[in-house]
Design a protein around this ligand. Structure first.
Ligand SMILES: C[S@@+](CC[C@H](N)C(=O)[O-])C[C@H]1O[C@@H](n2cnc3c(N)ncnc32)[C@H](O)[C@@H]1O
Length: 234
């Protein structure tokens, strides 16, 4: 079971730089959201997700994170606990790009490092260099309206924001050429206006996403009182 994040000196540096960002007026409106993204229940749900991937022994190198928000907890967990080599966070909120990069700056490869490499090596191994260069990457993207195939191949598609959007069957129609393993989370917490698509069970979440091969399904009561549901499958 994964029950903690490794709070390294590099994490301390990155997370401190997010707090510094909040002194700028243009990020004032993000203060509450950053606090919410750093809550106990956020950490509980991400630890649960990574623990189940470990339990299922799923080999993961490349992850598409749909609507990953600031990706502050999930990124270190995926990279440090599962050895993930590439994470692409696709989110429609323009603030997410700056803030999620700040939270995860330690995972971004320094571009000088790439420029200093032997050019022939780079040309021969473009894909490898691309992967290394993009250990953590964020794009502003509405995952319900654009296919993700242009961004490459993925072993795992994670969406912990299913309550915020159309049922995932819509995303799957846009991306039907790929047989991804999906990890989906949603909740029954209907008190927020932007929770437009809550569910009352993991089965309902699986049905909504047309998951026919369920390899994990469960629910967890979080510290904030909400019940979270999770489905892993194809
Ligand atoms: C407020 S966060 C909640 C996260 C979720 N409850 C969790 O625990 O991970 C929801 C995120 O989904 C993003 N989002 C909502 N609909 C989206 C869509 N259609 N495409 C991309 N991002 C979306 C928002 O921008 C936001 O960053």
């Amino acid at each position: 079971m994964v029950d903690h994040i490794k709070f390294t000196t590099e994490i301390a540096e990155d997370w401190k730089s997010v707090l510094s960002l909040l002194h700028h007026d243009e990020y004032n409106h993000c203060i509450k959201r950053i606090r919410d993204a750093s809550s106990t229940s956020q950490l509980q749900s991400k630890l649960w997700l990574v623990s189940e991937i470990v339990n299922l022994n799923i080999d993961v190198e490349k992850v598409a994170l749909l609507a990953g928000w600031y990706a502050n907890f999930i990124t270190p967990l995926l990279i440090d606990e599962l050895g993930v080599k590439y994470i692409l966070n696709l989110d429609s909120d323009p603030d997410v790009k700056t803030i999620s990069y700040k939270f995860n700056k330690r995972y971004k490869i320094d571009h000088d490092q790439i420029e200093n490499q032997d050019m022939n090596h780079i040309i021969r191994n473009l894909r490898e260099v691309f992967d290394v260069a993009c250990l953590y990457r964020c794009e502003i993207h509405n995952v319900m309206f654009e296919p993700i195939k242009n961004y490459g191949d993925f072993d795992l598609v994670i969406n912990t924001s299913c309550e915020h959007m159309f049922p995932m069957s819509r995303f799957r129609k846009l991306n039907k050429s790929k047989n991804y393993i999906y990890v989906l989370q949603s909740s029954n917490d209907r008190q927020y206006d932007d929770h437009i698509n809550c569910v009352d069970s993991a089965d309902e979440l699986a049905d909504q996403a047309d998951i026919v091969d369920v390899i994990y399904s469960g629910e967890m009561k979080l510290s904030n009182g909400m019940t979270r549901y999770m489905v892993i499958g194809r």
